[in-house]
Design a binder for this molecule. Structure first.
Ligand SMILES: [Zn+2]
Length: 282
C-alpha cells in the first residue's frame, strides 16, 4: 500500500462537495458559460449571443399556450413491430428514452388558448430519440389535427426531428402520407395550420408535415433541411454557401415566411391566428 492509498483510506467519510456542474451551461453558440437559472429564465436563449437552445415539449407548450392548458395522452401504438436491433435493441432504446423523459414518445399535443384564442399545439421533442417520427409521433400528430377539426380551431405544430425513426422501417415512412392527409383535411375545413420550425428539423419530417403549413415560422439559426450538408456537398461536388440550411438562408430564399425570436413567438402566433381564423358564423 503506497502512502497515497494509506492516507486516502484513513479518511473514512470525506464530505461530498456540492457539485457546481449543473449551475452553469455552456452555450453551444458562443461557447461561453451561462448561469443555468438565467438561461432557463430566458427560455433557453443565450443572453449573450441570442443562440436559441433546444427545449423540451412541456417547456415549449407553456411558452406558447396560456396557463391552464391540457395535454392529450400520447397514443399507444404497437411497440417494436419489427423486433429491430442494431447495436442495441429498439425496445431497450425506447425504455432508456422513457426513463429520461416525462412522456412515452416524442410528440406531445396541448390544447388550450393563445392569448385567449383557442388552439391546439403539437410539439416534437428532440430530446426523445432525436424527435424521430415513428408510429407514435405520426399518430399523435393526427390526433392533434383531429382535435383541431373537432373544435374548429387552428393547429400549430412545432417541429424538431432528425427524421423518421428507422427502427420502425417502412412503418415510420408511412407516417408521412398519413400526416399529409390530415393537413389536407385541415385545409378543406378552412382551419389554419401553422408550422414552427425549430433546430433541427430534418429528414422525413421536413419532407411531410413540416413544409405543408399555411405559414412557416422558423426560429433564428435553426437547421432546416432534408439531407445533411455533407451528403449534398459530396453529391453535387460543390462548396455550399455560408448559412446553408439555416433559418435565415431559407427565409431569404422563400422557403420559410418569417424568422421569429422565441420571445416574440407567442405574440406572432396570436396575430396570425387573428388573421387566419375562420370568420365567425353569422
Ligand atoms: Zn451564447
Amino acid at each position: 500500500m503506497n502512502w497515497f492509498t494509506r492516507v486516502r483510506n484513513s479518511v473514512p467519510f470525506l464530505p461530498k462537495r456540492a457539485t457546481t456542474d449543473n449551475l452553469w451551461v455552456k452555450c453551444p453558440g458562443c461557447q461561453q458559460m451561462v448561469f443555468a437559472q438565467e438561461y432557463e429564465d430566458n427560455s433557453h436563449v443565450c443572453p449573450r449571443c441570442d443562440h436559441h437552445g433546444r427545449i423540451g415539449a412541456d417547456a415549449r407548450l407553456s411558452l406558447i399556450l396560456d396557463e391552464g392548458y391540457d395535454t392529450l395522452p400520447i397514443p399507444e401504438v404497437k411497440e417494436d413491430p419489427l423486433k429491430f436491433r442494431d447495436s442495441a435493441k429498439y425496445i431497450d432504446r425506447l425504455k432508456k428514452a422513457r426513463a429520461k423523459s416525462p412522456h412515452r414518445d416524442a410528440f406531445l399535443v396541448g390544447e388550450g388558448a393563445i392569448e385567449g384564442k383557442p388552439a391546439v399545439v403539437g410539439v416534437q421533442d428532440f430530446g426523445f430519440m432525436g424527435g424521430s417520427m415513428g408510429m407514435a409521433v405520426g399518430t399523435a400528430f393526427c390526433k392533434g389535427a383531429e382535435r383541431a377539426l373537432t373544435h374548429r380551431c387552428p393547429y400549430i405544430v412545432v417541429t424538431a426531428a432528425g427524421g423518421a425513426r428507422m427502427q420502425e422501417g417502412i412503418l415510420s415512412l408511412m407516417q408521412m402520407p398519413k400526416a399529409t392527409v390530415m393537413t389536407r383535411r385541415l385545409k378543406q375545413a378552412g382551419l389554419p395550420y401553422i408550422v414552427v420550425l425549430t433546430d433541427p428539423t430534418t429528414g422525413g419530417v421536413t419532407a411531410s408535415y413540416a413544409m405543408l403549413g399555411d405559414v412557416h415560422i422558423a426560429e433564428p439559426g435553426a437547421l432546416i433541411g432534408f439531407a445533411g450538408q455533407r451528403v449534398i456537398q459530396d453529391t453535387i461536388r460543390e462548396q455550399l454557401p455560408d448559412g446553408f440550411q439555416r433559418a435565415e438562408y431559407l427565409h431569404q430564399h422563400g422557403m420559410v415566411d418569417m424568422v421569429v425570436h422565441r420571445h416574440d413567438l407567442r405574440d406572432m402566433l396570436a396575430t396570425l391566428i387573428d388573421y387566419l381564423a375562420p370568420a365567425e358564423a353569422a
